[in-house]
Design a binder for this molecule. Structure first.
Ligand code: PMP
Length: 430
């Protein structure tokens, strides 16, 4: 492939900075030329291993041939009718497939949208329509999107919420349990009850919204006892339970939805990101009578559930079956955890190695002191790894977590190569 000698990362960064709004962040000063499975190449021809997966979008890898083929054949048929004007079968088939995959011994229905934030907005609309209540309780450190309602639900001010308020009312934040940082399951459940005592009557609360594993918040896993306790409070007061599976879904945690590993079923599930392997589509799957609460015309959107997104999502589901990617997710997770634990043994800054399936992270502390989260070192490790050819993302309310969202289709040799680069990066910074 012929490369444009003027298209260096630095030159493109200068154009970007002059032309693109400052508020759009960028983790790495790299411009991509092409990508395949878990590898990508920049405009200067440099190769990288991708442990970021476009923030949890590429569980089936960059440009999976089956997904690309499905999109190409859809492109030849029709690209847009607007489902609310003229319907198409792939949307219905995708709804049938996800309804069958979602946990819970009750009838389910789905609807499709375009972005994760839109799926969350629709979860809240549907929950309010069904319960005829306004209140929503979300959790500290949670992340639910960048629209004004989803920012209101998000439990972290900087950089997401700063300067953008006021946010829609009737949203409250309870504590998310986090043993590592001193918040027990009991503390978290008490904080929910406290909101019901101090801020809003239980019979005005429509829903609890929770991530099975907090994504942007730092890859903290919701303990089973917390979810069970939350569900008990929900049932006592007729409050719905919403699982935000935008980052955890589509096989990342070893099951299609992470909430399949719960002992209770959520009433609504928000899904997006990896469900369509790089094409924009999101959805809400849930209890049929709840999903049907909104009147015809109340839900939807011009591009919502686009034929391209539906075709891609159906192809992703087929790839999961053909390549047994749920089992692979668990194997990738085990390999990453073992590799990261080995690195942690040599570097005491790594105070925790954790994961659910292939949703894996390490957390960094100054001298391994759990009271001193080390965001600075985290930034330096991520930058050093990128210089050495490994793309990583940080996260966490303290900015001290390095997360791995590598495609599940990545071969073991590539996982090991990525882990080696990470180990070398730690060693170089010692
Ligand atoms: N919820 C969670 C848990 C997410 O991780 C994200 C995206 N990082 C969103 C919601 C918002 O999705 P989108 O950026 O597609 O609007």
């Amino acid at each position: 492939m012929q490369r444009d000698p003027l298209a260096t990362n630095a030159a493109l960064m200068a154009r970007r900075n002059a032309a693109v709004a400052r508020g759009v962040g960028q983790a790495h000063e790299i411009f991509v030329a092409r990508a395949r499975n878990a590898e990508l190449w920049d405009v200067e021809g440099r190769r990288y291993i991708d442990f970021a997966g476009g923030i949890a979008v590429l569980n089936t890898g960059h440009c999976h041939p089956e997904v690309i083929a499905a999109v190409k054949s859809q492109l030849e048929l029709y690209t847009h009718t607007c489902f609310q004007v003229l319907a198409y079968e792939p949307y219905v088939e995708l709804a049938e497939r996800l309804n069958a995959l979602a946990p819970g011994d009750f009838a389910k229905k789905s609807l499709f949208l375009s972005t994760g934030a839109e799926a969350i907005e629709n979860c809240i609309k549907i929950a309010r329509a069904h319960t005829r209540r306004a209140g929503v309780i979300a959790f500290t450190g949670g992340y639910h999107g960048r629209t004004l309602l989803t920012l209101g639900l998000t439990g972290k001010v900087a950089p997401y919420k700063s300067g953008f308020g006021p946010f829609p009312g009737e949203v409250f934040h309870a504590l998310f349990p986090n043993e590592l940082h001193g918040i027990s399951v009991a503390d978290a459940l008490v904080s929910v009850e406290t909101i019901l005592k101090n801020d809003i009557e239980a019979d005005r609360v429509a829903a609890f919204i929770v991530e099975p594993v907090q994504g942007e918040g730092g890859f903290y896993i919701a303990p089973p006892a917390f979810i069970e306790g939350l569900k008990k409070i929900a049932d006592r007061h007729g409050i719905l339970l919403i699982a935000d599976e935008i980052q955890t879904g589509a096989g990342r945690t070893g099951t299609w939805f992470a909430c399949e590993q719960w002992t209770v079923a959520p009433d609504l599930i928000a899904t997006a990101k990896s469900m369509a392997g790089g094409f924009p589509i999101s959805g809400v799957v849930g209890r049929a009578e709840v999903m049907d609460a909104a009147a015809p015309g109340g839900l939807g959107g011009t591009y919502a559930g686009s034929p391209i997104g539906c075709a891609a999502a159906l192809a992703v589901l087929k790839v999961f079956e053909d390549e047994q990617l749920l089992a692979r997710s668990r194997a990738v997770g085990a390999r990453l955890i073992a590799g990261l634990q080995r690195i942690a043994q040599a570097h005491k800054a790594i105070g925790d190695v954790r994961g659910l399936g292939a949703m894996v992270a390490i957390e960094l502390f100054r001298d391994g002191n759990l009271a001193r989260p080390d965001a600075e070192l985290t930034k330096r490790v991520v930058a050093e790894a990128a210089r050495r050819g490994l793309i990583l993302l940080s996260c966490g309310t303290h900015g001290n977590v390095i997360r791995v969202l590598v495609p599940l289709t990545a071969p073991d040799a590539l996982l090991d190569e990525g882990l080696r680069i990470l180990a070398d990066s730690f060693a170089a910074l010692q």
